[in-house]
Ligand binder design. Structure first.
Ligand SMILES: Cc1ncc(C[n+]2csc(CCOP(=O)(O)OP(=O)(O)O)c2C)c(N)n1
Ligand code: SF4
Ligand SMILES: [Mg+2]
Length: 200
């Protein structure tokens, strides 16, 4: 349990600030005591969320957040378990964990902050980077078509999927509240601003 909060390290105007606020609002509005909340993250700028939300936090390896979160929920069903990560983490490296978690339908909420690049490692193309975009790994423009994560997760039988935007804090708060109250696996895809790298 954290009895102090780490100093927040994000670029100004990072969309993770807004998603952070929506998570805090949702927990507060549902009156969930902080000792019943666990935020589990992988690696990336998004990973820091587990350090900053007031409650329990677990930082796992790149894309081990969902299996780790699933184990937590099975071991202690009283916990509100939120897994959090980026597009590279969740849709690139270890994508199959997401698909199998959707099929397994364990009661966790998985939020992906999609900034369409691997931001922490200074902007390489991810599976959601649009075509023709120049990044560190695609200096002449991305030639690999992005996939649609919503359709992908639907195909794995997830029944509670939301496509959200970080700026819509009210809508995002409601979506997180619904996901927490939903008794099965929920996936919230958030279009996330990354002013440092995502200039498209
Ligand atoms: C197994 C493994 N591979 C690669 C890395 C290097 N790495 C750290 S963060 C990161 C990018 C994460 O991108 P994303 O999940 O989109 O998160 P963002 O930084 O954009 O929030 C990578 C590739 C790592 N830490 N572990
Ligand atoms: S690089 Fe992008 S995602 Fe990372 S903290 Fe800065 S704005 Fe946020
Ligand atoms: Mg990313």
């Amino acid at each position: 349990m954290r009895n102090w909060l780490n100093k927040i390290q994000r670029c100004p105007w990072c969309g993770n600030f807004l998603i952070h606020l929506a998570i805090k609002n949702a927990i507060k509005e549902l009156n969930i005591p902080k000792h019943k909340v666990v935020v589990v993250s992988g690696i990336g700028c998004s990973w820091k969320m587990s350090q900053y939300v007031d409650g329990y936090g677990a930082e796992t390896l790149h894309w081990r957040s969902v299996p780790f979160a699933t184990g937590l929920k099975l071991a202690n069903p009283d916990l509100t378990v939120i897994a959090y990560g980026g597009d590279g983490d969740g849709y690139g490296i270890w994508l199959w964990h997401l698909l199998h978690a959707a099929r397994r339908d364990t009661n966790i909420t998985y939020i992906v902050a999609d900034n369409e690049n691997y931001a922490l490692t200074t902007a390489q193309a991810s599976p959601t980077t649009p075509l023709n975009i120049k990044t560190k790994s695609t200096p002449t423009g991305n030639t690999i078509a992005p996939f649609n994560p919503i359709e992908l997760v639907k195909a794995a039988w997830c029944k509670n999927i939301v496509d959200a935007v970080d700026k819509d804090i009210k809508g995002l708060t409601e979506s997180i509240k619904n996901a927490i109250q939903y008794q099965w696996f929920s996936h919230i895809h958030v279009n996330q601003a990354c002013p440092t790298w995502k200039r498209w």
